[in-house]
Design a binder for this molecule. Sequence first.
Ligand code: ZN
Length: 274
Amino acid sequence: MTIRDHLLSGGEGLQHKTSPNHGREFGAGLPDTIILHYTAGSSAESSVEHFMSPSAGASAHLVVGRNGGITQLVPFNVTAWHAGRSEYQGRVGFNQYSIGIEMDNAGPLEKTGGGYTAWFGRVYPESEAVKAVHRNEVQPAYWHCYPEKQISAVLDICILLVDHYGIKTILGHEEISPGRKRDPGPAFPLDKLRDRVLNRDRSLDTEPEPEYTRRSGVVTASSLNVRFAPNVAAPTVLPPLSQGTVLDVLREAQGWYEVAVAVRGWVKKDYVQV
Ligand SMILES: [Zn+2]
């Protein structure tokens, strides 16, 4: 799967629809955040229908089904109405900063005689209920589980978006609208996904670890940016290195060295003497 003209392309089970519930194009340098949601609905299809209706006044960019199937409703260069009233670390109104991903999930479940019941009345078996404490709450509650296929599709999308748009932050709706919103809830491995996507521990990647030949290098520029990817548009991963900094050169690609200092990142090879 890739991103072409701000649309996902080439994925299995991928479809494109058009929602009227969007704003204008993002401002310069945006989007830089992904917001994850659950639909609190009964199926991906019904949520897609809902987001396509003008009267809903809401839509995310994507809806991800429980089987990993993806529907894109709004292109990634345009703001979608998914976050509502929201605030985090001094920023307000996250629609203008973020790509919204909705995951088909019933949300909180109530333990009833016959199983676990969603707000819309469907009863789920025990195998689909997760007992957990929400990050904003103190008492455990029951939540609809997220299947592995769905989590893995969201992980793949997040990695694509980080690489394509230089996304720096992944947050749950529950973190930008605490008290008002509980999604994606504790059944979703948000902290793990965030760590895996943003800190990109290579040992967890599906691609095999490349062969490294460790060489020592010295920074020759007065100040040198270390970037997340071999690309001048990629975000930096730590404050610039100063001249004379010794680093390990791990490999070379497209005119860049991947290096290890305190963390791993990429520097322009012109500025490192090996
Ligand atoms: Zn939400």
